[in-house]
Design a protein around this ligand. Structure first.
Ligand code: ADP
Length: 142
């Protein structure tokens, strides 16, 4: 089934100049870039995005990390895109992420792990709306 999913190349991925290498991996698997934008998350949006972790002791650390610099937001589309992309990014914790996955090849710990991807269709829906629903893009055809 054709699906859309939302990925974020996190601030460490951008600072480490990994944008091109990460996008290449998705293109190699014939996932298509549907939408893409570059910018820095506000504290408010970062908190909404990670609301499911609000009760964790490391919550504010995640927010500080995610708002520490620019990120790349990408909507990818393709056959079973949500599950395929989750498999390609690997486990949250770098130690558990298999070599060959993006986190398994580039991440070094469990907090700064280079990339985010939606984990199910409901999350993909919410996340695509969260980052791409503004109407201020009238300078391009949608
Ligand atoms: P995933 O990003 O794999 O979907 P989660 O939603 O559980 O995983 O976590 C969101 C993000 O919060 C992780 O990608 C990571 O940046 C950070 N994080 C998760 N667990 C920890 C932890 N135990 N310590 C520090 N940061 C964490």
């Amino acid at each position: 089934m054709e699906e859309k999913t939302l990925i974020i190349i996190k601030p460490d991925g951008v600072k480490r100049h990994l944008i091109g290498r990460i996008i290449s991996r998705f293109e190699e698997r014939l996932l298509t870039i549907d939408q893409m934008r570059y910018g820095t998350l506000t504290e408010e949006t970062a908190k909404a995005h990670y609301a499911h972790l609000a009760d964790k002791p490391f919550f504010q650390d995640i927010i500080d990390y995610m708002t520490s610099g620019p990120v790349v937001f990408i909507v990818l589309k393709g056959e079973n895109a949500i599950e395929m992309v989750r498999k390609m990014i690997g486990q949250t914790n770098a130690l558990e992420a298999a070599p060959g996955t993006i986190r398994g090849d580039f991440a070094t710990n469990k907090s700064q792990n280079v990339i985010h991807a939606s984990d199910c269709p409901a999350a993909a829906d919410v996340e695509i709306k969260r980052f791409f629903s503004d109407k201020n893009l009238s300078y391009v055809k949608q």
